[in-house]
Design a protein around this ligand. Sequence first.
Ligand SMILES: O=C(O)CCC(=O)C(=O)O
Ligand SMILES: [Fe+2]
Length: 205
Amino acid sequence: MTETLPEGVRHLPDYLDAHAQAALVEIIRAVVEAAPLYVPTMPRSGKPMSVRMTNCGSLGWVTDKENGYRYQPTHPITGAPWAPHSGCAAGALADVADYAHPPQACLVNFYTDIAKMGLHQDRDEKEFAAPVVSISLGDDCLFRVGTPERKGKTVSLRLTSGDVIVLGCAGRLAYHGVDRIYPDTSTLLKKGGRINLTLRRVTMP
Ligand SMILES: O=C(O)CCC(=O)C(=O)O
Ligand SMILES: [Fe+2]
């Protein structure tokens, strides 16, 4: 099956080899130890998301009932500053992004077998000239991506461990989401599940 992706959306299959994936998992393990995964909740409704999250970098993306979607320099539960994302895949952004400045936020999403993420735009940043770069690790998922219009046509593609998705230029505000996880499709994570790292530039340089 060949996928025709919406304009500005790039899929780089097997971008990270097995060694690079394992190294990244070790880095994420340390990130999660310092900044535990927490259950994000939706603005206003307070409905819990099925994905658990943490961040590294100078800014982290968080959400809760009271204050909604935002970036902040500290963990919402522990209050501690996020650990720097030195080495945490920041190189990937530099390599694929055609953007001169480093990412500030590295969002870590953890999906169990039943977790998913509804169709949304990444638009809490001030700088849309920088692409969003997203890395998949662990179990496969069914990723859906469309256009910057909510009702635009979408295409679905299966992402596997090591794949990278880039949302840039006309695709920077493309709607996207994760419809499902395919359990037990990777042995990278000992307890299974899927990790997604999303690297973003937040402020204007
Ligand atoms: O898990 C993914 O592949 C997408 C994550 C995402 O879209 C987000 O965190 O904004
Ligand atoms: Fe997103």
